[in-house]
Design a protein around this ligand. Sequence first.
Ligand code: ZN
Length: 391
Amino acid sequence: MEKSENCHSPQGPKEASSFTKEANRAVFNDKVLPWDDKSDFENARQGFVTKDFPLVITGQSGKTVFDMERYTEFIKPAFPAPDTVNSSLWRHARLNTNAGLFKITDCLYEVRGYDMANMAVMEGETGYIILDALTYTEASRAAMELVYTTLGKKPIKAVVIGHSHADHFGGICGITGASAVKSGEVKVIAPWGLEASALSENVLAGPVMLRRAAYQFGDTLPVGPTGVIDCGLGKRMPGGGGTVSFLSPSDSITHTGQEMTIDGIKFIFQMAPDSEAPASIQAYLPRFKALWFGENVNYTNHNLCPIRGTLTRDAKKWAGYINEMIELFPEAKIAFGSHFWPVWGKDEVRNLLTKQRDLYKFTHDQTLRLAYRRGDCRDAHPPPQPCLRMV
Ligand SMILES: [Zn+2]
Protein backbone atom coordinates (compact mmCIF):
# COMPACT_ATOMS: atom_id res chain seq x y z
CA MET A 1 0.00 0.00 0.00
CA GLU A 2 1.37 3.36 -0.97
CA LYS A 3 2.04 5.80 1.82
CA SER A 4 2.20 9.53 1.41
CA GLU A 5 4.39 11.94 3.25
CA ASN A 6 1.50 14.42 3.00
CA CYS A 7 -0.86 12.21 4.94
CA HIS A 8 -1.11 12.87 8.67
CA SER A 9 -2.51 9.44 9.43
CA PRO A 10 0.21 7.16 10.79
CA GLN A 11 -1.37 4.30 8.85
CA GLY A 12 -1.40 6.17 5.54
CA PRO A 13 -4.14 5.64 2.95
CA LYS A 14 -6.18 2.47 3.37
CA GLU A 15 -7.79 0.06 0.94
CA ALA A 16 -11.59 -0.14 0.96
CA SER A 17 -13.26 -2.11 3.73
CA SER A 18 -15.76 -4.79 2.72
CA PHE A 19 -18.60 -2.38 3.61
CA THR A 20 -17.19 0.38 1.40
CA LYS A 21 -16.64 -2.05 -1.47
CA GLU A 22 -20.19 -3.32 -1.22
CA ALA A 23 -21.69 0.16 -1.05
CA ASN A 24 -19.64 1.44 -3.99
CA ARG A 25 -20.46 -1.59 -6.12
CA ALA A 26 -24.16 -1.20 -5.35
CA VAL A 27 -24.07 2.38 -6.71
CA PHE A 28 -22.76 1.06 -10.02
CA ASN A 29 -24.83 -2.11 -10.20
CA ASP A 30 -28.22 -0.65 -9.36
CA LYS A 31 -28.17 1.24 -12.74
CA VAL A 32 -30.12 4.20 -11.34
CA LEU A 33 -27.59 6.55 -12.88
CA PRO A 34 -27.28 6.54 -16.70
CA TRP A 35 -23.72 5.23 -17.02
CA ASP A 36 -24.05 4.90 -20.80
CA ASP A 37 -24.99 8.56 -21.33
CA LYS A 38 -21.94 10.14 -22.95
CA SER A 39 -23.32 13.64 -23.53
CA ASP A 40 -21.33 15.18 -20.67
CA PHE A 41 -18.13 13.65 -22.07
CA GLU A 42 -18.96 15.03 -25.52
CA ASN A 43 -19.64 18.52 -24.13
CA ALA A 44 -16.52 18.44 -21.95
CA ARG A 45 -14.39 17.75 -25.06
CA GLN A 46 -16.25 19.92 -27.57
CA GLY A 47 -14.19 22.75 -29.04
CA PHE A 48 -10.85 21.52 -27.70
CA VAL A 49 -8.06 23.59 -29.23
CA THR A 50 -4.84 22.81 -27.38
CA LYS A 51 -3.20 22.41 -24.00
CA ASP A 52 0.21 22.39 -22.39
CA PHE A 53 1.75 19.01 -21.84
CA PRO A 54 2.70 18.11 -19.24
CA LEU A 55 0.19 20.35 -17.50
CA VAL A 56 2.24 21.15 -14.43
CA ILE A 57 2.31 24.72 -13.10
CA THR A 58 5.12 25.76 -10.82
CA GLY A 59 5.63 28.86 -8.70
CA GLN A 60 8.67 31.14 -8.55
CA SER A 61 10.30 28.99 -5.90
CA GLY A 62 9.91 25.94 -8.10
CA LYS A 63 7.10 24.56 -5.94
CA THR A 64 4.33 22.78 -7.85
CA VAL A 65 1.16 24.86 -7.68
CA PHE A 66 -0.99 22.67 -9.90
CA ASP A 67 -0.36 19.28 -11.51
CA MET A 68 -3.11 17.86 -13.71
CA GLU A 69 -0.87 14.95 -14.75
CA ARG A 70 -1.09 13.48 -11.25
CA TYR A 71 -4.85 13.23 -11.73
CA THR A 72 -4.85 11.91 -15.28
CA GLU A 73 -2.29 9.17 -14.77
CA PHE A 74 -4.51 7.04 -12.52
CA ILE A 75 -7.94 8.05 -13.72
CA LYS A 76 -7.87 6.86 -17.34
CA PRO A 77 -9.87 3.61 -17.10
CA ALA A 78 -13.61 4.15 -17.41
CA PHE A 79 -15.24 1.50 -15.24
CA PRO A 80 -15.17 -0.22 -12.90
CA ALA A 81 -14.10 2.44 -10.45
CA PRO A 82 -11.56 1.42 -7.81
CA ASP A 83 -13.10 -0.15 -4.70
CA THR A 84 -12.38 3.00 -2.71
CA VAL A 85 -14.31 5.32 -5.05
CA ASN A 86 -18.02 5.85 -5.67
CA SER A 87 -18.66 5.28 -9.38
CA SER A 88 -20.47 8.59 -9.76
CA LEU A 89 -17.49 10.47 -8.31
CA TRP A 90 -15.17 8.46 -10.56
CA ARG A 91 -17.19 9.50 -13.63
CA HIS A 92 -17.24 13.11 -12.45
CA ALA A 93 -13.49 13.07 -11.79
CA ARG A 94 -12.84 11.74 -15.29
CA LEU A 95 -14.90 14.57 -16.78
CA ASN A 96 -12.93 17.14 -14.81
CA THR A 97 -9.62 15.99 -16.27
CA ASN A 98 -10.53 17.55 -19.65
CA ALA A 99 -8.16 20.49 -19.64
CA GLY A 100 -6.89 23.09 -22.08
CA LEU A 101 -8.12 25.91 -24.27
CA PHE A 102 -11.61 25.28 -25.65
CA LYS A 103 -13.58 27.23 -28.25
CA ILE A 104 -17.14 27.79 -27.07
CA THR A 105 -18.13 29.71 -30.20
CA ASP A 106 -16.49 32.26 -32.51
CA CYS A 107 -14.50 34.79 -30.44
CA LEU A 108 -15.44 33.10 -27.15
CA TYR A 109 -13.02 30.66 -25.51
CA GLU A 110 -12.44 29.07 -22.13
CA VAL A 111 -9.36 27.75 -20.36
CA ARG A 112 -10.29 24.79 -18.17
CA GLY A 113 -8.30 22.51 -15.93
CA TYR A 114 -5.45 24.96 -15.21
CA ASP A 115 -6.86 25.50 -11.75
CA MET A 116 -10.00 24.45 -9.90
CA ALA A 117 -11.97 27.17 -11.75
CA ASN A 118 -12.31 28.31 -15.38
CA MET A 119 -11.20 31.45 -17.15
CA ALA A 120 -13.26 32.55 -20.17
CA VAL A 121 -11.66 34.70 -22.85
CA MET A 122 -13.50 36.87 -25.34
CA GLU A 123 -11.99 38.49 -28.39
CA GLY A 124 -13.20 42.09 -28.44
CA GLU A 125 -12.56 44.67 -31.15
CA THR A 126 -9.05 45.50 -29.97
CA GLY A 127 -8.16 43.07 -27.18
CA TYR A 128 -9.26 40.39 -24.75
CA ILE A 129 -11.99 40.46 -22.14
CA ILE A 130 -11.48 37.92 -19.38
CA LEU A 131 -14.27 36.39 -17.28
CA ASP A 132 -12.90 35.25 -13.91
CA ALA A 133 -9.25 35.15 -12.97
CA LEU A 134 -8.61 31.68 -11.41
CA THR A 135 -7.18 31.16 -7.91
CA TYR A 136 -3.45 31.65 -8.36
CA THR A 137 -1.42 34.13 -10.40
CA GLU A 138 0.81 31.24 -11.54
CA ALA A 139 -2.24 29.45 -13.00
CA SER A 140 -3.75 32.53 -14.67
CA ARG A 141 -0.34 33.45 -16.13
CA ALA A 142 -0.03 29.95 -17.61
CA ALA A 143 -3.60 30.16 -18.95
CA MET A 144 -2.91 33.55 -20.58
CA GLU A 145 0.32 32.23 -22.08
CA LEU A 146 -1.71 29.45 -23.70
CA VAL A 147 -4.15 32.06 -25.05
CA TYR A 148 -1.40 34.34 -26.36
CA THR A 149 0.53 31.58 -28.10
CA THR A 150 -2.64 30.09 -29.63
CA LEU A 151 -4.87 33.08 -30.40
CA GLY A 152 -2.25 35.83 -30.58
CA LYS A 153 -0.95 38.51 -28.27
CA LYS A 154 -3.49 41.31 -27.71
CA PRO A 155 -4.01 43.77 -24.86
CA ILE A 156 -6.28 42.94 -21.97
CA LYS A 157 -9.23 45.35 -22.01
CA ALA A 158 -11.23 44.14 -19.00
CA VAL A 159 -11.41 41.46 -16.35
CA VAL A 160 -14.91 40.63 -15.10
CA ILE A 161 -14.97 38.99 -11.67
CA GLY A 162 -18.20 37.04 -11.16
CA HIS A 163 -18.17 36.67 -7.41
CA SER A 164 -16.25 37.15 -4.20
CA HIS A 165 -14.56 33.76 -3.77
CA ALA A 166 -10.79 33.53 -4.20
CA ASP A 167 -10.88 30.94 -7.01
CA HIS A 168 -12.45 33.68 -9.18
CA PHE A 169 -10.31 36.72 -8.36
CA GLY A 170 -7.07 35.39 -6.82
CA GLY A 171 -5.20 35.06 -10.11
CA ILE A 172 -5.94 38.58 -11.35
CA CYS A 173 -2.34 39.82 -11.08
CA GLY A 174 -1.28 37.06 -13.45
CA ILE A 175 -3.51 38.74 -16.07
CA THR A 176 -3.06 42.45 -15.42
CA GLY A 177 -1.65 44.84 -12.83
CA ALA A 178 -2.66 47.68 -10.54
CA SER A 179 -1.06 50.36 -12.73
CA ALA A 180 -3.01 49.25 -15.84
CA VAL A 181 -6.26 49.45 -13.86
CA LYS A 182 -5.34 52.81 -12.31
CA SER A 183 -4.54 54.31 -15.71
CA GLY A 184 -7.87 53.12 -17.13
CA GLU A 185 -6.17 50.85 -19.63
CA VAL A 186 -7.90 47.82 -18.08
CA LYS A 187 -11.29 47.72 -16.37
CA VAL A 188 -11.94 45.41 -13.45
CA ILE A 189 -15.70 44.85 -13.31
CA ALA A 190 -17.32 43.16 -10.33
CA PRO A 191 -20.60 42.98 -8.42
CA TRP A 192 -21.22 45.74 -5.91
CA GLY A 193 -19.93 44.63 -2.51
CA LEU A 194 -17.24 42.31 -3.85
CA GLU A 195 -14.39 44.06 -2.09
CA ALA A 196 -16.05 43.98 1.35
CA SER A 197 -17.10 40.33 0.94
CA ALA A 198 -13.73 39.19 -0.34
CA LEU A 199 -11.87 40.92 2.50
CA SER A 200 -14.33 39.67 5.10
CA GLU A 201 -13.90 36.04 4.07
CA ASN A 202 -10.26 36.01 3.11
CA VAL A 203 -8.67 38.46 5.53
CA LEU A 204 -10.83 38.78 8.65
CA ALA A 205 -11.91 35.13 8.67
CA GLY A 206 -9.01 34.06 6.49
CA PRO A 207 -6.75 32.13 8.89
CA VAL A 208 -9.51 30.00 10.38
CA MET A 209 -11.19 29.47 7.02
CA LEU A 210 -7.93 28.40 5.41
CA ARG A 211 -7.45 25.76 8.08
CA ARG A 212 -11.01 24.47 7.74
CA ALA A 213 -10.72 24.51 3.95
CA ALA A 214 -7.82 22.08 4.28
CA TYR A 215 -10.25 19.61 5.85
CA GLN A 216 -13.06 20.39 3.42
CA PHE A 217 -10.89 19.86 0.34
CA GLY A 218 -8.63 17.12 1.73
CA ASP A 219 -5.48 19.19 1.37
CA THR A 220 -3.38 16.81 3.44
CA LEU A 221 -4.36 13.74 1.43
CA PRO A 222 -2.34 12.41 -1.48
CA VAL A 223 -3.77 12.44 -5.01
CA GLY A 224 -5.02 8.99 -5.98
CA PRO A 225 -7.82 6.44 -5.55
CA THR A 226 -7.17 6.22 -1.81
CA GLY A 227 -6.87 9.98 -1.40
CA VAL A 228 -8.09 12.94 -3.44
CA ILE A 229 -9.95 12.19 -6.70
CA ASP A 230 -11.67 15.50 -7.30
CA CYS A 231 -13.29 18.16 -5.18
CA GLY A 232 -16.53 18.40 -7.16
CA LEU A 233 -15.91 21.80 -8.72
CA GLY A 234 -12.64 20.67 -10.25
CA LYS A 235 -9.13 19.66 -9.34
CA ARG A 236 -7.47 21.32 -6.42
CA MET A 237 -3.81 20.72 -5.69
CA PRO A 238 -3.41 19.26 -2.21
CA GLY A 239 -0.77 21.25 -0.40
CA GLY A 240 -0.52 23.56 -3.44
CA GLY A 241 -0.53 27.14 -2.37
CA GLY A 242 0.29 29.53 -5.18
CA THR A 243 0.06 33.32 -5.06
CA VAL A 244 -3.40 34.79 -4.42
CA SER A 245 -3.82 38.42 -5.50
CA PHE A 246 -6.51 41.08 -5.43
CA LEU A 247 -7.24 44.30 -7.35
CA SER A 248 -10.04 46.66 -6.37
CA PRO A 249 -12.74 46.87 -9.02
CA SER A 250 -12.82 49.95 -11.23
CA ASP A 251 -16.51 49.44 -12.12
CA SER A 252 -19.29 47.94 -10.05
CA ILE A 253 -22.44 46.20 -11.22
CA THR A 254 -25.28 47.47 -9.08
CA HIS A 255 -28.55 46.34 -10.66
CA THR A 256 -30.11 43.69 -12.83
CA GLY A 257 -30.45 44.82 -16.42
CA GLN A 258 -27.33 47.01 -16.22
CA GLU A 259 -25.76 47.08 -19.66
CA MET A 260 -22.15 47.66 -20.50
CA THR A 261 -20.30 47.45 -23.80
CA ILE A 262 -16.72 46.38 -23.30
CA ASP A 263 -14.42 46.59 -26.31
CA GLY A 264 -17.42 46.14 -28.60
CA ILE A 265 -19.01 43.24 -26.65
CA LYS A 266 -22.34 43.99 -25.01
CA PHE A 267 -23.03 42.60 -21.53
CA ILE A 268 -26.40 42.55 -19.77
CA PHE A 269 -25.74 41.88 -16.10
CA GLN A 270 -27.94 40.22 -13.53
CA MET A 271 -27.37 40.67 -9.80
CA ALA A 272 -27.27 37.48 -7.72
CA PRO A 273 -26.25 38.50 -4.18
CA ASP A 274 -26.41 35.93 -1.34
CA SER A 275 -26.47 33.02 -3.71
CA GLU A 276 -23.28 30.95 -4.02
CA ALA A 277 -21.43 34.03 -2.75
CA PRO A 278 -22.52 37.20 -0.93
CA ALA A 279 -21.50 39.37 -3.91
CA SER A 280 -22.31 37.72 -7.21
CA ILE A 281 -23.34 38.51 -10.78
CA GLN A 282 -24.44 36.59 -13.84
CA ALA A 283 -24.50 37.94 -17.40
CA TYR A 284 -26.04 37.54 -20.83
CA LEU A 285 -23.95 38.18 -23.93
CA PRO A 286 -26.39 38.93 -26.78
CA ARG A 287 -23.72 38.68 -29.49
CA PHE A 288 -23.14 35.01 -28.65
CA LYS A 289 -26.65 34.35 -27.30
CA ALA A 290 -24.70 33.04 -24.32
CA LEU A 291 -25.41 33.00 -20.60
CA TRP A 292 -22.57 33.21 -18.12
CA PHE A 293 -23.95 31.77 -14.90
CA GLY A 294 -20.78 31.91 -12.80
CA GLU A 295 -21.00 29.33 -10.02
CA ASN A 296 -24.76 29.42 -9.61
CA VAL A 297 -25.19 26.47 -11.97
CA ASN A 298 -22.97 23.44 -11.44
CA TYR A 299 -22.82 19.82 -12.48
CA THR A 300 -22.87 18.78 -8.88
CA ASN A 301 -25.05 19.53 -5.87
CA HIS A 302 -23.19 22.57 -4.58
CA ASN A 303 -22.87 22.90 -0.82
CA LEU A 304 -25.15 25.40 0.89
CA CYS A 305 -23.49 25.35 4.30
CA PRO A 306 -19.76 24.99 3.63
CA ILE A 307 -17.85 23.39 6.46
CA ARG A 308 -14.92 25.69 5.84
CA GLY A 309 -17.00 28.49 7.34
CA THR A 310 -18.11 30.74 4.50
CA LEU A 311 -21.57 32.23 4.93
CA THR A 312 -24.46 29.81 4.58
CA ARG A 313 -26.06 30.27 1.18
CA ASP A 314 -29.68 31.28 0.67
CA ALA A 315 -31.09 28.42 -1.41
CA LYS A 316 -34.37 30.23 -2.07
CA LYS A 317 -32.65 33.31 -3.48
CA TRP A 318 -30.24 31.08 -5.41
CA ALA A 319 -33.12 29.23 -7.10
CA GLY A 320 -34.80 32.59 -7.73
CA TYR A 321 -31.80 33.97 -9.63
CA ILE A 322 -31.69 30.92 -11.89
CA ASN A 323 -35.40 31.26 -12.53
CA GLU A 324 -34.95 34.95 -13.29
CA MET A 325 -32.20 34.08 -15.75
CA ILE A 326 -34.55 31.66 -17.55
CA GLU A 327 -37.24 34.35 -17.76
CA LEU A 328 -34.97 37.25 -18.74
CA PHE A 329 -32.99 35.51 -21.47
CA PRO A 330 -35.15 32.80 -23.11
CA GLU A 331 -33.28 33.19 -26.41
CA ALA A 332 -30.00 31.88 -24.94
CA LYS A 333 -28.53 28.95 -26.85
CA ILE A 334 -25.20 28.63 -25.03
CA ALA A 335 -24.58 28.55 -21.28
CA PHE A 336 -21.24 28.39 -19.53
CA GLY A 337 -19.87 29.08 -16.09
CA SER A 338 -16.91 29.39 -13.77
CA HIS A 339 -16.51 25.63 -13.35
CA PHE A 340 -17.23 22.68 -15.66
CA TRP A 341 -18.02 22.82 -19.38
CA PRO A 342 -20.67 24.65 -21.46
CA VAL A 343 -23.93 23.36 -22.88
CA TRP A 344 -25.07 24.19 -26.39
CA GLY A 345 -28.65 24.38 -27.70
CA LYS A 346 -31.71 26.29 -26.51
CA ASP A 347 -33.45 23.21 -25.11
CA GLU A 348 -30.28 21.99 -23.41
CA VAL A 349 -29.74 25.39 -21.75
CA ARG A 350 -33.31 25.48 -20.49
CA ASN A 351 -33.16 21.89 -19.29
CA LEU A 352 -29.96 22.58 -17.33
CA LEU A 353 -31.23 25.78 -15.74
CA THR A 354 -34.64 24.43 -14.75
CA LYS A 355 -33.12 21.34 -13.12
CA GLN A 356 -30.60 23.45 -11.22
CA ARG A 357 -33.32 25.87 -10.11
CA ASP A 358 -35.41 22.97 -8.86
CA LEU A 359 -32.45 21.40 -7.07
CA TYR A 360 -31.96 24.40 -4.79
CA LYS A 361 -35.67 25.15 -4.40
CA PHE A 362 -36.36 21.52 -3.45
CA THR A 363 -33.56 21.59 -0.89
CA HIS A 364 -34.94 24.81 0.58
CA ASP A 365 -38.57 23.69 0.67
CA GLN A 366 -37.95 20.22 2.04
CA THR A 367 -35.58 21.50 4.72
CA LEU A 368 -38.28 23.82 5.99
CA ARG A 369 -41.00 21.16 5.68
CA LEU A 370 -39.02 18.65 7.67
CA ALA A 371 -37.98 21.25 10.25
CA TYR A 372 -41.66 22.09 10.69
CA ARG A 373 -42.61 18.43 11.07
CA ARG A 374 -40.06 18.05 13.79
CA GLY A 375 -41.67 21.05 15.44
CA ASP A 376 -45.01 19.17 15.43
CA CYS A 377 -43.51 16.54 17.70
CA ARG A 378 -42.15 19.13 20.07
CA ASP A 379 -44.83 18.71 22.74
CA ALA A 380 -44.40 14.96 22.93
CA HIS A 381 -40.62 15.06 22.69
CA PRO A 382 -39.29 18.44 23.83
CA PRO A 383 -36.01 19.22 22.11
CA PRO A 384 -33.04 20.46 24.10
CA GLN A 385 -33.46 24.06 25.20
CA PRO A 386 -31.06 25.68 22.67
CA CYS A 387 -33.27 24.51 19.79
CA LEU A 388 -36.10 26.71 21.07
CA ARG A 389 -34.09 29.87 21.20
CA MET A 390 -34.77 32.34 18.43
CA VAL A 391 -31.55 34.24 17.87
ZN1 ZN B 1 -15.56 28.63 -7.55
